[in-house]
Ligand binder design. Structure first.
Ligand SMILES: Nc1ncnc2c1ncn2[C@@H]1O[C@H](COP(=O)(O)OP(=O)(O)OP(=O)(O)O)[C@@H](O)[C@H]1O
Ligand SMILES: O=C(O)C1=C[C@@H](O)[C@@H](O)[C@H](O)C1
Ligand SMILES: [Mg+2]
Length: 174
């Protein structure tokens, strides 16, 4: 059986979109921690945050990460999964971690086109562009710290999948 593949990165980098396509390309299962929480609780991210605050959401997110971890599975994580040391260590120890990197202006354009506010409630109360700058300043180093591989996510989803497969096979060959 093959190790799980964890996709990490900021809101809008394509973890869910690319994760589906990567799982298809590999014949793996696909899981998404945000979707898992929605299915398990019947509540959106907004609902959970309104009821339990971001601390409550983050606790549930850690449990979701463990629940969906399985062999031969591509796992799209939430954008804030790397905030907890526990989550970073868990992903590093249980599988391969792939950071989908994109410039803030690309991320903001994607989020403006598809805001999905129930699943992406504001983190800071600021407009999306300001929020993205602040969040990336806080998280960029954590994404890099957690990742075994970093891939340019500003290409088409199919090209991102190819880049991930190349990076994984290069790592296997070395
Ligand atoms: N490589 C890409 N090229 C163009 N558009 C993309 C690409 N990847 C994702 N998108 C678009 O960007 C939006 C956000 O993508 P997606 O939901 O996959 O991001 P995410 O990383 O899972 O975000 P979140 O952290 O909020 O779950 C979607 O509308 C999707 O169609
Ligand atoms: O970047 C974040 O902190 C988040 C990203 C989304 O995937 C969701 O997990 C939630 O909206 C929080
Ligand atoms: Mg997603």
């Amino acid at each position: 059986m093959s190790l799980p593949l964890y996709l990490i990165g900021a809101r809008g980098c394509g973890k869910t979109t690319v994760g589906h396509a990567l799982a298809q390309a590999l014949g793996y299962n696909f899981s998404d921690t945000d979707h898992h929480l929605l299915q398990a609780t019947g509540a959106s991210v907004s609902d959970i945050v309104a009821a339990e605050g971001w601390d409550g959401f983050r606790r549930r997110e850690t449990a979701a990460l463990k629940a969906v971890t399985a062999p031969s599975t591509v796992i799209a994580t939430g954008g804030g999964m790397v905030l907890a040391d526990e989550n970073r260590q868990f992903m590093q120890q249980h599988g391969r971690v792939i950071y989908l990197y994109a410039l803030p202006e690309v991320l903001v354009a994607r989020l403006d086109a598809s805001p999905e506010v129930a699943q992406r409630p504001t983190l800071t109360g600021q407009p999306v562009a300001e929020e993205m700058a602040e969040v990336l300043a806080q998280r960029e180093a954590l994404y890099q710290l957690a990742a075994h591989h970093q891939v340019d996510a500003m290409q088409s989803p199919d090209e991102v999948v190819k880049a991930i497969l190349t990076s994984l096979s290069l790592a296997r060959a070395s």
